[in-house]
Design a protein around this ligand. Structure first.
Ligand code: PLP
Length: 249
């Protein structure tokens, strides 16, 4: 099989698994959106996924969005930033991304808002929450979320908050993984009750290749999947789990 047909086949399999997991959880078959994560993969792989019907892609580095943006401009892709973003790279995301799911601190929100105002744009944003005790995990501590949301809603109209995102703990223990997803859903439910004006809490981005079925059981509205679509990456999980051994593969 060509790489192109492998990607099309993988996508079909992943979509089927997502539908089945939703049905099994008593949810509508189309309740969960797929966000393919194309980090480290090149133009051909992404074009294959576009041909197979995908239009949004997740990337975890601003430089990578920048390098793919022009060559793939004809595909009309919506780029979604899902990785830790330094404030000095906010400009690239403000220019080229349609959305950020890794909004995890106030100085980043301020930097993005300033750049977005300069660009005359507004983007959707999910707040990344730290749901595990792993010391290296990025994300806003849950207890800081209400204050964070109020400040963004009041001062930063270029960031349209739509929900929350998390990475579960990177261990084989499924109960520990599930607990992270449940924490995110419960936090979302609490924030809905607070009903902060200008803040929407409809989306929960949680679940990756190794754990998305658990995430769907726990209420995920969107799964971020790389490996199961594009194949293994040449580096290990420590690339986005700095200081953590790769425990799941
Ligand atoms: C790489 C990445 C994913 C996808 O991981 P896979 O295990 O390859 O599916 C999801 N979310 C984030 C934030 C990532 O960096």
């Amino acid at each position: 099989m060509s790489d192109q047909s492998i990607i099309a086949t993988n996508l079909a399999n992943v979509r089927e698994r997502i539908r089945n997991a939703a049905l099994k959880a008593g949810r509508p078959a189309d309740a969960v959106t797929l966000l393919p994560v194309s980090k480290t993969f090149g133009e051909d792989a992404i074009r294959a996924a576009v041909q197979a019907g995908q239009r949004r892609f997740g990337e975890n580095k601003a430089q990578e969005i920048r390098s793919k943006y022009e060559p793939l401009a004809d595909c009309g892709i919506d780029w979604v930033m899902i990785g830790h973003l330094q404030t000095n790279k906010a400009k690239d995301v403000a220019r080229m991304a349609s959305e950020i799911q890794s909004l995890d601190r106030m100085d980043l929100a301020v930097a993005l808002d300033r750049r977005l105002q300069q660009e005359g744009r507004a983007i959707d944003a999910l707040v990344q929450i730290k749901t595990s005790t792993e010391p290296s995990k990025y994300g806003l501590p849950p207890e800081e979320l209400p204050g964070f949301l109020r400040q963004v809603a009041r001062d930063m109209p270029t960031l349209r908050i739509r929900g929350l995102m998390t990475l579960a703990i990177n261990v084989a223990d499924q109960a520990a993984v599930r607990a992270c997803f449940r924490t995110l859903r419960e936090l979302r439910d609490q924030m809905r009750e607070e009903a902060i004006e200008g803040i929407e809490m409809d989306r929960l981005s949680m679940g990756m290749s190794g754990d998305f079925e658990i995430a769907i059981e726990e209420g995920s509205s969107e799964v971020r999947i790389g490996t199961a679509i594009f194949g293994g990456r040449i580096y290990g999980d420590d690339y986005y789990w700095p200081e953590q051994p790769a425990a799941r593969s």
